[in-house]
Design a protein around this ligand. Sequence first.
Ligand code: GDP
Length: 535
Amino acid sequence: MLDTAPKNRPALPPEIARRRTFAIISHPDAGKTTLTEKFLLFGGAIQMAGQVRAKGEARRTRSDFMQMEKDRGISVSASAMSFDYKAWRFNLVDTPGHSDFSEDTYRTLTAVDAAIMVIDGAKGVESQTRKLFEVCRLRDLPILTFCNKMDREGRDTFEIIDEIQQNLAIDVTPASWPIGMGRDFVGCYDILHDRLELMDRADRNRVAESIKIAGLDDPKLAQHVPADLLAQLREELEMARELLPAFDRAAFLEGSMTPIWFGSAINSFGVKELMDGIAEYGPGPQVQPAEPRQVAPEEDRVAGFVFKVQANMDPKHRDRVAFVRLASGHFQRGMKLTHVRSKKPMAISNPVLFLASDRELAEEAWAGDIIGIPNHGQLRIGDALTEGEGLRFTGIPSFAPELLQTCRAGDPMKAKHLDKALMQFAEEGAAKVFKPMIGSGFVVGVVGALQFEVLASRIELEYGLPVRFESSQFTSARWVHGPKEAVEKFSQANKQHMAADNDGDPVYLTRLQWDIDRVARDYPDIRLSATKELM
Ligand code: GDP
């Protein structure tokens, strides 16, 4: 196994060094679900392709979303999947697919050490890919690229590489090179290992045949590749060597270079090479930003942070699961950890490890792993769990709600239930919920418009409560900070603008930038902020 410790850092204990925690980012339809499925197949986590499909198809439309809610078991276990591949333990963290779930997606990316970017060979870099890529870049995440659907007519290889370089401003180095395209696609030349990989079209779940090649003059090439394609391959590879940078692991690890593999997920082609890539080149678990000090994976003591909360996994129980990324140490079931925000001890007696399609009790876990902790609402996004130290993990972004709407219960008698439902979604991080000081109803803030629809269907489904979202007189929300007395005075003087968030913290709602400027001018003790620190 290659040493995956970054420069000037101690080597990681083997159990930690073998962990690979990553996400797959892509534009809808590029093939993320199919690729995930093949990962699970080759990781021995599922027996047959087709088992993850339900989820991939489910998230496309609103009605399908509701179906997904019914199949919640699937969608939840798919949030984080752990499986072994050769000597490695892969933790694949799912990023919600729809663009309107961006907040959730961004947070998910704080829990991983690397990302696989899947692009459709015919479509190239699409809008959602670009957005997600930018988030990865904010964190300098190493990115491996998979150019999918090579069994279809696509674009010229140089053109695709060029588009990625130009569009995303990152160096691209070919890890493999496609031979032919569409109906003529025969396979790839594995540049990193000098191998010929041949695609088997007859059996989609079979791994490609791999032939060791001694350079481009090896006569074995001609036995497997038609003459015209071979001539083209030689020419293109020569050009590639001249025009494109060679693989540089340090540049990859610092996020300035992405190796690209070409393949066809549905034909299981190129997938193993990609898996080998992430296994061999890493990275392993990284140091996590925190205050007052950062946290290194090899530390003895266990520390971790909640990056996602999912509620109502079982509608009968109203339980919720907090997804925790372990930042350091060796966790064992039954451990007592400190919940830093409340300073209370928490016995973690029934943690869950998400092994592909089943949830299993996690007897142990290591830095880099994702564990699920069932709880009744104590654990929130951004919370830290430690062996006593007052750490605060700082990498988790909070977003200003960009769209505000008023939410009312369809049946006024059930307003109390609406309160509960909305609080739950606020805790999940699915929406910001504000209770105005004056009047009834709630003001709900989200980042993407579709979230209102999703919330409405979830409230109806999980709480049996029809709701109405209506346009609000407000368009902006600002958290109010300052000395207690000043905040109190400010609230009293601006009652018609004031609300409380789900923690009871004061929020100023308005429609006019002018109002916000006025506050800054008239209340020097008060500071308004567009986001609330999560911790
Ligand atoms: P996602 O939206 O990114 O999760 O994409 P899916 O995995 O659901 O794939 C979208 C569509 O592309 C589905 O119809 C797949 O069957 C198809 N698809 C996935 N991989 C390939 C591939 O390698 N070749 C071809 N021709 N189609 C593919």
